[in-house]
Design a protein around this ligand. Sequence first.
Ligand code: C5P
Length: 477
Amino acid sequence: MASITIRQLDESLKQQLRLRAASHGRSMEDEVRTILRAAAVGPAEAPPARAATRRNERVAESPVLVSKPIVPAGHKRVLLIIGGGIAAYKSLDLIRRLRERHMAVRCILTAAAQEFITPLAAGALAGERAFTDLFDAASELDVGHIRLARDTDAIVVAPATADLMAKMAGGHANDLASAVLLATNRPILIAPAMNPAMWANGATQRNLAQLMQDGVVTVGPNAGEMAEAGEAGLGRMAEPLEIASATEALFGDEGGRPLAGKRIIVTSGPTHEPIDPVRYIANRSSGRQGHAIAAAAAAAGAKVVLVSGPVSIPDPPGVRIVKVESARAMFEAVETALPADCAVFAAAVADWRVATPGSEKIKKQKGKAPLPLALVENPDILATISHRKVKRPPLVVGFAAETENVIENAKAKLVRKGCDWIVANDVSPETGIMGGETNSVHLVTAAGVETWPPQSKDGVARALVARIANALTGEQA
Ligand code: C5P
């Protein structure tokens, strides 16, 4: 039978073994016996992972000692430090938003963060084990806090608690998060989140001023309801989409801003056409697709004017937003926003409005039939802008929400409206597209029809913005 002694192992393997044994409180020989026993028994009969009682045990017991994610070429690396606050749950969504934007994400959770979310959840979403401890044999051997601080293109702290901000401002380094923040020479973005009284406190404001002087960039906090019942004010963490956009902005031109210097107008959402002061005609558009296009265009460096009908989703970051109610107000806002290099008409504009809306609430009259509503046609914003002789944007994109013969109707619409492209989708109720999260579209141009794979509305927005960038910068789409 073959035999091998520890002395025969090469130095780096011996060092790994020594650390692994030390972290388990075993001799090196015992550690080898444990490894061999586990290997002989096989994964199916391996003893179940012991419920971790201390955080560093959780890491030490992890079967994945070495963690070196493959970062595809051109992807930015983001180290996300998750602080301890109820907003930590939003950081899980932030991981997805960053990855959607082609960023490789590695996470550090502070001890307090682990009271709210687990390293397992963050690691699963990031696709790499999350780091938690400064004095953790496995991670020191694997990457070490200095490498964590340097092997990244930017650090994002979300939520940045009052305590974490104080540590950063004071240069503390008594846990992994603060040590990494002190050791880094990469740009840092913080998304503060705390109770409004803590945010307003002089100490926090002094720390904030210090951090800004040190070159730290902030996003938020926003105003709104707090997790604590009855508390409201400035202190809510910025939304994941806002933080993701602010992260992209950290990379500046380097990150690829193909629409830098271009002006884009986007319409989004439904319109409300008044019947009387309390009633209106509307439709089910959520504004998600239009808002996502505005956000993607802004992230690509464009100056964006978003003309939005009434929606209940947050304003996208980095855009100038003009809020309107009716089709006529939307039309005026679009005209005012001209000239532009491109206009994308994603709004679900009402085709008709009530000819003479009541100036008072229309009353029911007992025994009488309801009043008929006389309708008149609204201006067709897309068609009017497309047919302008002056100030017509060089690229005009319309949408076609159809419930039947999607492509044929879209082709006809391209000609009728005089626009350059139509993004067509099937919005019959069974697709769940109207008001939903995903979209499945065809891009209809004079050159033909492309059918894009079903994807998130953010995905459609990014793909469309990439095509717009190609078209505006010379390449034919
Ligand atoms: O004619 P239809 O409403 O199907 O056309 C949809 C396209 O036209 C969308 O791009 C929509 O934003 C735009 N539109 C418009 N003004 C209208 C009606 C539709 O800009 N009054």
